[in-house]
Design a binder for this molecule. Sequence first.
Ligand SMILES: *Cc1c(COP(=O)(O)O)cnc(C)c1O
Length: 379
Amino acid sequence: MGFATDAIHKGQEPDPTTGAVVVPIFQTSTYVQEELGKHKGYEYSRTGNPTRAALERNLAVLERGHSALAFASGMAAINAVMTLLKSGDHVICSQEAYGGVPRLFNAILKTFGLEFTYVDTTQAANVERALKSNTKMVYVETPTNPLMNITDLGAVAAITQPRGIRLVVDNTFLSPYFQTPLTFGADIVVHSTTKYLNGHSDGVGGAAVLAREDDAARLKFIQNAAGAVMNPFDAWLVLRGVKTLAVRMRQHEANALRISAYLAGHRKICKVYYPGLPNDPQYDLSKKQTSGFGGMMAFETGSLENARTVLNNVRLCSLAESLGGVETLICHPATMTHAYLSEDERQRLGITQGLVRLSVGIEDVEDLLADLDQALERI
Ligand SMILES: *Cc1c(COP(=O)(O)O)cnc(C)c1O
């Protein structure tokens, strides 16, 4: 079946007891047992909940995995995945990963004896060079936030697979509609469902999708043991969101293509970071491993003053962190999403004071263009 069909139907079969077309919100903590040791597969909602299970089945199919597990947030999913490792293990991580990732790794997991090396994974050779005898995981985010840098998943998997090193890919930015890392040899996909999978900016959640059966069994054990599960209502919201993922992603991208072309031709913009621009250096790699470019982009206004002018004068675009919702969000990475980095570190990564990030929504694109145009005119 096609992606949109799977998104709408997989895991979301009509309720067998009532015929309800929509998977109900099973807002229950426990389940009655018919007799001692005899139940319907559910005992306690940390361990298993039918609404969460429906979402987990759905995401496993969309990401082409063995199974999926839903967590209370993207960070909870990532933390659970990291506990597949043990003290003394070494992890190679994309240097531009979502800010919460190095925070978790450096401030918490290091104290439990995990070792981390951060490299520019857009050059697979950097991953190979960073390998140690105790390397057990490579953690990649592609495209990156906010500069949309792309890692060649096949090239990195060619390094990890023969060595039995787990490749974990954060697929939040493109969603399985545009990119399925497991089909390129990744072992685990993680998501902040808060973003495109939910798609409506009304819930926080996360998921991990596993290719390997042993990882799946272990992570299910960890999910129940550590307990950071997604609640039934949030699972229901993500199920509802996923049903329109295909049409939303197509529209996010259509709008982003128009807006990136407009910005690239604007005399007050120095540079646009969007892999869907045909002259973008990453266009070909992007074409090779994704079926689309998504709705995220960044552009360089030249100075903090110029960025401030744009951010303070947009009316339709909302000045806010987060991304992936139907509404267009605009933000200033240097002082918002990446404020935790030192100025030196931001300079090294190319996150300048003049950089503005856009999460392009699915409003009428003419309205978005008009809004950006009037704000840019004030520079
Ligand atoms: C938001 C985000 C996360 C963290 O997810 P939460 O749901 O906020 O915990 C991880 N990775 C990426 C790429 C994100 O955008």
